[in-house]
Design a protein around this ligand. Sequence first.
Ligand code: ANZ
Ligand code: ZN
Ligand code: ZN
Length: 881
Amino acid sequence: MTYNFKKIEAKWQKKWEEKKIFEVAPNGVPSAEGKEGKKAPKGMTSSPSRSGRRSKYYVLEMFPYPSASGLHMGHALNYTIGDVFARYKRMQGFNVLYPMGFDALGLPAENAAIQAGEHPKPFTKNAIKNYIRQMRELGLSYDWSKIVSTMESEYYVWNQYFFLKMLEKGLVYRKKAPVNFCEKCNTVLANEQVHNGKCWRHENTKVQIKQLEQWFIKTTTYAEELLDKIDELQWPDRVKIMQKNWIGKSKGAEIIFEIIPKVMTSKEASNDKWPVFTTRPDTIYGVTFMVISAQHSKLMELVTEEKKNEVGKFLHRSVYPQTLNARAKKIKTISEKGLNSKAPNQVGLKEGVPSSKGNKDITEEGNKEGIFTGSYVINPINNEKIPVYVGNFVVADYGSGMVMGVPAHDQRDFDFAKKYKIPIKEVIKGGNIKKKAYVDEGVLINSDKFDGLKNKEAKEHIIKYLEKKNLGKKTIQYKLRDWLISRQRYWGTPIPIIYCEKCGIVPEKNLPVLLPERVKFGKGNPLATNKNFVNVKCSKCKGKAKRETDTMDTFFDSSWYYLRYCDNKNNKEAFGKKKVKYWMPVDQYIGGVEHACMHLIYARFFTKFLRDLGFLDFDEPFTKLFNQGMLYGSDGEKMSKSKGNVINPDEVSKKYGMDTARFFLLSLAAPDKPRDWSDEGIKGSLKFIKKIIDYFQIVEIKKTDKKIESKSNKTIKEVTNYINNFKYNLAIIKIRDLFNSFPKENSKKVLENFLKLLHPFCPHITEELWEKLGNKNFISLEKWPKYDEKKIDENLEKQEQFVKKIGEDINHIKEIVKIKNPTVYVYAIPSDLPIIEENKETISTMSGAIVIPYAVNDKNIHDPEGKAKKAKPGKPGIYME
Ligand code: ANZ
Ligand code: ZN
Ligand code: ZN
């Protein structure tokens, strides 16, 4: 029987589409909404099961950026994982929303356009077309009527709307922040466009760091809630830990250090007070130096006249050569460092060095360097005069950008003090501070009235003492930073702001601010050089004004797309409240662990913000999260063009069919584990699928055999359980086992149930075979089979295990004695004998041996080595010739 999978797959894809079987509407809400579902009876949306309607289930995969090269097999794996789940839930009777869309704006398309001399718009549109075709061919059961594409003004207008809402609520501000700048390109460069400190297009042009006014969103307003709610999420532990560390809550104190007036140059600064964040106020008597960040905006105010030259040289030598790129990496390390130290089972993150403490270790990999600024501070606890250094390892925007150096109790400070010959003062007893810093607990010494206290208690006492004297207070610091959303790029959402000569910053209320299509690439920012776009009239005074030319970070787009799916055609609002109330939150979100922090934090922030605006009535967007494993090439390496190990879905489809590919990908490993592609492997899957098709041509429909019925019920139970827990590979093993036990005659019910179990994995051929069995409806819309516990005969199951074990034992012995086609004598106790006789053939096929069973007490027994004596109940003796 030839298996024309191309034809079968095309046939069913067409039928699914024609009959729109995957399109859904929220039950009870009239589909002609827009009027915000006013017609829907009150209270009808949230508990559909009580009123006899189906419960909703929202399955969502992270939407892709549509690249020109199309889907790769890794995508295919991710989406198939979601599709299996969506199909399964649909068959279980849920009203399943399973949509797909495209994260269409962003730098890669713009870059590709610049290089190819194309415009990003048609370029991206084509890429999307290609993606949709490939997704259809994968048999993914998306509701395409819900498609969302972020490049359409119908979508990004709401980005602008939300931005203005945030502005209104005081969640948006402008601040200077550094960017990479190439003088020759006359444009800002993304970090990826900086290669070794040089421009990607001008190999010998050094990238400058410029301070530009940019837009920030106050994500930190929600830091506490973002942290608190993590525990309630049904997410992988490692993602939860990564988020906690990203938010990075530290409890400590802010202690005020006074800069010594007489060395200060400017009068205003003469009684400058500097709050310094520390998690270790108990070590305050051990401070022997301070370090201020080399990137701090007020650094130069601290540098004395006679030190200016030296400090300037230092900055050029060991700070400025680091591009923003390098700096960004360091900041990242802060959060991942914490991760490594707290999550021992964490895998896959290469950056970040395990360490016991603080921000100071961000440069563990680099050199901690510094130089004296000429200034001093007064330690408020004992009025000691302490030198201030500038250092390349202190983060400018964490705490206050200055740290207390306590070399006796912090290893980094210890190294620094040794390097610059700064005194080391022990204040906690326990270690040998001649050799290294003592970082553990202990009792305070050299700390005046706090001597003798355990350091944990001393923390409290010292904070209280300082608070009383107005010299400090308890504080909490977060590593989470406000979100810089300004991008000096073309292919993004224009930020709806105008700058008026008279009125200053004016929000552009006339939305959308359309992205102009006719622009010049390669000569500065295409928006800034477009006069029609830039020059506008002020909407307040009608005077001369200029548009903001920054566009938004595309993470803005992906922070709320899951809401738009619920109501993608609404042209009056971003989404209808009723529809979102019905579908949200997403019940199952699926995507890569690389989005553990940015995307998932921004999306959670957005949900909270929209809730507080009154648009939403829930706190968290994604109830459950699943991270799929990576797919590697057959060489075990990451797939990449240069290695030539990229697997193209189109080719796989031609050679093996998509059902085979799906079946193969999911049988390789648990969906959250990494796996390697294998051509041999997919051939094996093809063979198995052909066997199924052949079997359905010849099987005779008869009444059920009890044994098969038992096995069928047991398999339904197991497969249901496995799919529920994303153990698809184990589900597939059980499905294979069931099929392998099928005799030539079988009942219609068992066959139908088998197809249903297989359906989520192989949707096309199961539709085909379902039809062959005489069914008129779609198996895609069938009910998931129920098992009958009473029909599962555990005895039969045990017998099967027993038979399997004998087969395995024989194989094992065969390997040891190295006989190729042996005759095997099996000596069973009399009660075991009938089972072995009945299953002689099975054991034979399993082991490739001729099997001759004996009862141990048989008078004519052939037993040259007396193995019959070794037989026990459930464990026969075996002899091989
Ligand atoms: C004195 C001290 C003594 C510190 C000691 C630690 C150990 P976490 O827990 O990550 O919040 N720190 C403060 N601001 C910093 C900045 N802008 N850049 C780099 N490091 C900074 O780390 C808090 C600790 O990191 C603070 O506590 C401070 O050093 C340092 F035995 O103060 B500690
Ligand atoms: Zn350049
Ligand atoms: Zn104006």
